[in-house]
Design a protein around this ligand. Sequence first.
Ligand code: ZN
Length: 319
Amino acid sequence: MFEGPSGSGKHRVAVRLAMAANCTSPPPRRPCGTCPTCLQHLAGSHPDLIELSPDPELQSGLISISQVRELTASLQYHRYNARHRFVIIDPADRLADPAANALLKTLEEPRAGTHLILITAARSALLPTLISRCQRVRFGAVPADEIEPWLVDAGHIDLAGAAARLSFGAPGVALALASGGIKNRTKLKERLVAVAEGPLDGVFEYSAALTKGGRTDWKDKVDLMLDVVEDLLRDAAHVGGRPPGAPLALLYPDDEAVARRWAGRMWPGGVARSAESVAITRERLRSYTNGRLAVDTVLTRLWTELGLGPGARRLVRGA
Ligand SMILES: [Zn+2]
């Protein structure tokens, strides 16, 4: 089981492991990345590299028991042509409980030459019976001052510092941020601050616009929005928890004024309650399909705690 923050490259390492085991070039060049076997692994088209992830057709966002049954049935057959067959289950915390149970026997006694790699950023969401059958490999967070020069080397000079700070130790996330993700995030952050500090109607309008369409349309956008809310709360908590005049290390240094305003309005209780609401919303969204209701709840909480919108003070007092 590979565990560590999302974006820490666990999936890439799993694929390289499969490549190294099956590469047809002579050692020590394995994996060579250029032989037909390596190329098929990289393209995700090698028949002995099986990847299991949530069925996008399913609203639940879970890996279903029928997917696992299909997998275990296919593992009864002999390998296609590789020395080793790998199964990558990513993210393993999306296995529905019956699906996880159906996998236990295979995990305990895989066929010779068959290896299962479970990938997760949320180990606590897995069944203990599943965890106990796995050997754990942990991917730690990389310090921001190591990620930053790495991004600079990769050519992302302007955004390296901000991307390293906002990635929380996940190089893959940092790279995505530096390659443009940070601009989306900045735009979203500005909108979010305006909404949270504006009238309540605006909160509901924003929530409806954000969750338009089906789950696959809005899930990533909502996840990003929750990330940004958490960043802003973290900055507010940082300001709130420091003595006046102490140097600050903000995720959004350009928005120190926002952090100060939010800290003044809701540190410490309101920040804690808002952060808790974000955590609950994330948990709900793992299976919950009414995105709008979930987003309404978390943003109304934030708006109420900020108490900046007309009528908000009254709601806080009444709550
Ligand atoms: Zn190769």
